[in-house]
Write a protein that binds this ligand. Structure first.
Ligand SMILES: *Cc1c(COP(=O)(O)O)cnc(C)c1O
Length: 375
């Protein structure tokens, strides 16, 4: 299932270092997929490895009801980097769980049922989050999912205003859709969602699981749009690839969030890795770096491949190239012939999500290779 792109010629990865991966035959790959944005600071960053290893040796696990300094420090770190006053933190083990919690908290805090989600949106694969995910292929054969979900066209302000009413608990959406094909939202659209939810007393839930942590050129995509949601979810690269998710919420949600819990919430080892990952992202200015290298990447693709592709979309180092034929063959050629790993986003979009530490010379190699496989 997960080997779909390379089913003819599987690549077995043995080790990773920074922006590189090495397979079991000793071949080197430039990792422009970062395993779905899970390594923002690069593979095996020494500071993250040290933090996790020291914690592993001292205490691997203690139940979440005992305060633990490493977890407490992560709560504080996340509150510091959160947009506006979205500073109450719930920790879990994946993106879908972070969204499950967001939807549960919003229902409990509002006492309402209805959830508004968007076309092409992706929020995870458990029964609740899956109900808010758009594509039928993810849902087929698993119904009935959680009820009360209504979909509106992503980007349509009027449809959003129309759908959000006094029965709405939450609107959930991505500020820049990932799985749906790298579709950016405009500031006006996000402002309209903010306004409509505020007026109706509903929660605005921003899923920043793929867009967060500096990826789009600011710590959170919401920041660049000047929009502060009621709930923000993050996961993927937060602990550099160890399993973690976080649901950040404003006081009015946190105060009435109901009874929720998870055995592994904020385990010491993942919390140590997450704290170190956030430290590196901030100290090395990786959000600004992503903005800079990301514009260079998009400009180079436009200039050198503009006529050979349909469209280049995205922000920072979250880039989608809409190609004129299926993306699977291109991904295979990039990997096998050029040692470059990338990702699909639907059938015709090639997706680039490299570690935020990539430099311009890496971009040059990738664009050279893209020119050969696409043109
Ligand atoms: C990956 C992803 C999820 C689901 O995260 P998992 O850790 O796979 O459960 C949810 N929302 C978005 C936007 C994602 O990219």
């Amino acid at each position: 299932m997960s080997g779909f792109v390379f089913s003819e010629k599987p690549i077995e990865i043995a080790s990773g270092d920074g922006v590189h991966l090495t397979d079991t035959n000793g071949n080197d790959y430039l990792d422009f997929g970062a395993s779905y944005a899970c390594t923002p600071v690069g593979h095996c960053h020494p500071e993250v490895v040290d933090a996790a290893t020291s914690q592993l040796e001292e205490l691997m696990y203690v139940q979440a009801s005992y305060p633990h300094a490493t977890r407490t420090a992560l709560y504080e770190r996340l509150a510091e980097v959160a947009p506006g006053d979205v500073g109450n933190v719930w920790l879990c083990n994946s993106g879908t769980e972070a969204n499950e919690a967001a939807l549960k908290f919003a229902r409990h805090a509002t006492g309402r049922e209805k959830i508004v989600a968007t076309t092409q949106g992706f929020h995870g694969r458990t029964m609740g989050a899956l109900a808010t995910t758009w594509k039928a292929k993810y849902k087929q054969g698993f119904e009935p999912l959680a009820g009360g979900v209504e979909f509106v066209e992503y980007g349509d302000e009027a449809a959003m205003r129309e759908a959000v009413d006094e029965k709405t608990a939450a609107v959930i959406l991505e500020p820049l859709q990932g799985e749906g094909g790298i579709n950016p939202a405009s500031t006006a659209y996000l402002e309209a969602v903010r306004e409509a939810t505020a007026e109706a007393g509903a929660a605005m839930v921003l899923d920043e699981i793929q867009t967060g942590l500096g990826r789009t050129g600011s710590m959170w995509a919401a920041e660049r749009h000047g929009v502060v949601p009621d709930v923000l979810t993050t996961a993927k690269g937060l602990a550099s690839g160890l399993p973690i998710g976080a649901t950040l919420c404003r006081d009015w949600i946190a105060a009435e969030s109901g009874d929720h819990g998870s055995t592994f919430s904020g385990g010491p080892v993942v919390s140590a890795a997450a704290g170190a990952t956030l430290d590196v992202i901030e100290r090395e200015g990786l959000a600004d770096h992503a903005a800079d290298v990301g514009s260079y990447l998009r400009e180079e693709i436009e200039t050198r491949l503009g006529d050979d592709v349909r469209e280049v979309r995205g922000e920072g180092l979250m880039v989608g190239i809409e190609v004129k034929r299926g993306s699977n063959r291109l991904l295979r050629d990039l990997a096998i012939d050029h040692g470059i790993l990338a990702l699909p986003a639907g059938r015709t979009v090639l997706r680039l999500l490299p570690p935020l530490t990539v430099e311009r010379d890496h971009v040059d190699s990738v664009v050279d290779a893209l020119e050969e496989v696409i043109a």
